[in-house]
Design a protein around this ligand. Structure first.
Ligand code: FES
Ligand SMILES: [Fe+2]
Length: 356
């Protein structure tokens, strides 16, 4: 690519994103991974997602999700107890909710004929369990099939899925942006990271439009990979490291509601960025690969031995630090690699509406 062509990728290519500021609390009409299936048992688990508090609980093998605020006086329902199968009673006055519908079946401290029975309800959320993960539908309309919102390879019988679920500071949109941000990896992750010390890193990457649309996904491959550059008046960069001269090539893809895939060849790295509230987000990281039984066990072992600590903890902590420090402002002035961020923001403008 010559300099003239690259020069045409100017700010006019970036477009605008009129609704981006309005989705600080997320996109409701999607399935979200809430937690590992094995973490949900008979004891309620409280989570926060898209600004809502939700109680998860398993009964007779099925997971139920209720809004975690009692409609009576607002006490968390997750502090309650079970008096009758298929229901859940609030700890305070014993209002008893149907786990499936959220409707009040009894207000125990008002006697069997209480007037609130059948007339008050707490919100319930559709749940699906796939690949050892609990998925929650956050829309108010009927859900789309959960398979629409999860990567195909999660469902393959020969897949191994390992990962890490954490809560981090910063708005989810900026965390997702960091993940698709073309410019940061070659600098931020070059230093103070054991994970990249022995991997092949590009000096810079040029993706002309920030990514191509392929179905739901925006896929970004490099149109040009820079190795070592001669910077006028300054010298060569990246500085020479004998094991680090051949640039690596990875493909970054992403789709709504904040699901990013980085393909490394032998395995894929997936992230989900999901708001708890305006200032914090869930950060779910997965590594997924395929193989026979033995290969899957080896993959697990390698994850727990070093990939988790060097990649998912140490390397991705560098990203988290940046997101935490980033103020809620429009990025300006932009530079060419920010086309990747503009492509992500344009995608957000196409978010799914109510599915009624
Ligand atoms: S606050 Fe829940 S029953 Fe009164
Ligand atoms: Fe990063």
């Amino acid at each position: 690519m010559d300099g003239q062509e690259r020069g045409r990728v100017g700010l006019s290519n970036f477009g605008s994103w009129p609704h981006y500021a309005g989705i600080a609390l997320g996109l409701p009409n999607y399935w979200y991974p809430a937690t590992w299936s094995k973490r949900v048992g008979r004891r309620p688990l409280r989570i926060e997602l898209l600004g809502e508090a939700i109680m998860l609980r398993r009964e007779a093998g099925k997971v139920y999700a209720l809004g975690d605020i009692c409609p009576h006086r607002g006490v968390p329902l997750s502090m309650g107890r079970q008096e009758f199968p298929g229901t859940w009673s609030c700890v305070y006055h014993g209002w008893t909710f149907d786990l499936e519908t959220g409707i009040v079946r009894a207000a125990l401290t008002d006697g069997p004929q209480s007037a609130v029975c059948g007339r008050v309800r707490v919100r319930t959320y559709p749940i699906a369990e796939r690949a050892g993960i609990v998925f929650l539908w956050m829309g108010k309309g009927p859900p789309v099939p959960v398979e629409d919102d999860m990567p195909d390879e999660f469902l393959r019988p020969d897949s191994v899925i390992v990962g890490r679920l954490t809560i981090r500071q910063g708005n989810w949109r900026y965390a997702a942006e960091n993940s698709v941000d073309e410019g940061h990896a070659a600098f931020l992750h070059r230093y103070h990271s054991l994970w990249t010390k022995f991997t092949r890193m590009a000096g810079w990457i040029v993706s002309l439009q920030g990514g191509d649309r392929r179905g739901d996904w925006v896929v970004r491959t490099a149109d040009e990979i820079g190795g070592v550059g001669e910077f006028p008046g300054l010298g060569r960069w990246p500085k020479f490291r004998f094991w680090n001269r051949a640039p690596g090539r990875v493909t970054v893809s992403y789709r709504l509601p904040g699901n990013i895939r980085v393909a490394y060849g032998r395995y894929n790295h997936y992230n989900w960025y999901m708001p708890l509230d305006r200032e914090r987000h869930h950060y779910f990281q997965f590594l997924v690969a395929q193989g026979n039984w033995l290969q899957r066990q080896v993959f697990r072992l390698r994850y727990w031995l070093y990939r988790r600590w060097l990649f998912h903890v140490r390397l991705n902590n560098q990203d988290s630090r940046m997101v935490r420090l980033m103020p809620e402002t429009e990025p300006a002035p932009l530079y060419r690699p920010d086309a990747s961020i503009a492509a992500w923001r344009r995608l957000c403008e196409e978010a799914r509406g109510e599915t009624v």
